[in-house]
Design a protein around this ligand. Structure first.
Ligand code: TV1
Ligand code: CA
Ligand code: ZN
Length: 392
């Protein structure tokens, strides 16, 4: 019934590895790699695979991970158990690297999981550099909190930083955009001292209450005027309950201006789906339509782009958003029937048979919106002033 064709002269590549999806962080841990299986199930049953180049993401090599991460850290990550066998635990190192706690457990096959996530994003970056893809999709990546020598917030290897480092080999300027409900601290920090990468994160901001607690409006990069990275970090701190309408307005005003001043030659867009209404960890009222409007806006800029996954803790909502965003990437969103195809594996798991459930269907009662229009306007104003320092 679906006849989704490939737009002429326009290429989208899709990078996944089914082996990644089999890993488990632990019984009650919010991060469920299985959400990638559910996403792929929708993408396939809508017939989207025929309109893309599909690649099985290879595992990134140690040398590739080492482009950002330290040897010490990678070596310890490599000691994560491959199966249920006894191993030597170095408590000092686990504290130092933030490994083995409840957020970043050392689960079986961790190293393989991380290297496949990074492999998909590196493949995506190489397809963009080679001009073989206009948009490259890596839903298994987007792990924005990982630091050079530290795991953080369910992230061990920063596949985004690795992919951007690849993009910088062929493009003068890369714009990083992050719509995960959490602050993209790891990526921001990695490119703090360069003017070749501008980072923009939209997130819930409530220090001491909501992870990671960084990313205030005034945090725009190193204050020193001798540092080229000054003014190249933009943060959009939000309160609970933001709606599609407000978010779309904010996103378009900010990214529109950033595009005009910074003139990026490639975009890296982290599409964390925990900013959707009904997310187990998120606090916003975004629907698939509002989340996806951000992807559509970036696509229309006509700049080569990688789209990454990220957070997203209610798997059925994650799959809806990422499948619809895949449709936007291949430009078939108008051909998509909102009714989820009958033959979709795990169809019952979606609870409502539509790709676009209403807020009432998702939440019962929408979350109170604590974002005033005045505050949002002030933030756009602040960004405009920051961008006066950025000029190409
Ligand atoms: C095990 C079992 C771990 C149940 C973690 C929620 C759990 C959380 C769990 C959880 C949870 C966080 C912190 C507090 C730091 C800690 C992929 C001082 C019900 C990109 C990462 C959020 C978000 C980390 C990652 C956060 C991403 N929230 N149940 N843990 N300590 N950690 O607050 O940006 O989406 O919650
Ligand atoms: Ca964010
Ligand atoms: Zn998140």
């Amino acid at each position: 019934t679906y006849n989704i064709t490939r737009p002429k002269g326009y290429n989208v590549s899709f990078h996944t590895n089914p082996e990644m999806e089999k890993h488990h962080f632990g019984q009650t841990h919010p991060m469920k790699p299985w959400r990638l299986t559910l996403t792929k199930s929708l993408v396939t049953s809508y017939g989207m695979s025929f309109a893309m180049d599909n690649y099985v993401a290879r595992a990134a090599t140690y040398e590739e991970l080492n482009m950002f991460h330290s040897n010490d850290y990678l070596d310890y990550l490599g000691t994560a158990p491959a199966e249920d066998t006894p191993r030597d635990v170095d408590t000092d190192k686990e504290v130092k690297y933030n490994l083995g706690g409840s957020d970043c457990p050392l689960f079986y096959g961790l190293y393989d999981y991380c290297s496949m996530s990074a492999g998909g994003s590196l493949d995506a970056a190489r397809k963009i550099c080679a001009k073989q893809s206009d948009i490259a999709v890596s839903w298994g990546g987007g792990l924005h909190h990982a630091k050079r020598s530290e795991a953080s917030g369910f992230c061990y290897i920063n596949d985004i930083v690795l992919a951007i480092l690849q993009l910088l080999r062929c493009f003068p300027r890369v714009l990083y955009i992050d719509i995960d409900v959490h602050h993209g601290d790891g990526v921001e920090e990695a490119f703090f001292s360069t003017d070749r990468v501008m980072t923009v994160s939209f997130h819930k901001y409530q220090p001491e209450v909501f992870f990671p607690g960084t990313g205030g409006l005034e945090d725009n990069g190193p204050k020193s005027e001798h540092n080229p990275g000054a003014h190249h970090a933009i943060n959009v701190p939000l309160n609970d309950g933001i709606t599609d309408e407000q978010y779309e307005w904010l996103f378009q005003s900010i990214i529109g201006q950033v595009n005009e001043r910074f003139r990026p030659s490639a975009i890296a867009l982290q599409c964390g789906a925990d900013s959707l209404a009904g997310d187990r960890l998120g606090r916003f009222n975004l629907q698939v339509q509002g989340h996806a409007a951000c992807v559509n806006f970036c696509k229309k800029l006509g700049i080569p782009m990688i789209i990454f996954g990220g957070g997203g803790y209610t798997p059925r909502n994650v799959a809806r958003a990422w499948a619809f965003e895949t449709a936007i990437a291949i430009d078939c969103q108008d051909k998509i029937d909102p009714v989820i195809p009958m033959h979709t594996p795990w169809r019952d798991h979606f609870h409502h048979e539509t790709l676009f459930p209403t807020l009432e269907q998702i939440l019962g009662e929408p979350r109170a919106n604590k974002n005033t229009q005045k505050r949002l306007q002030d933030m756009v104003q602040h960004v405009t002033e920051q961008l006066r320092f950025v000029n190409f």
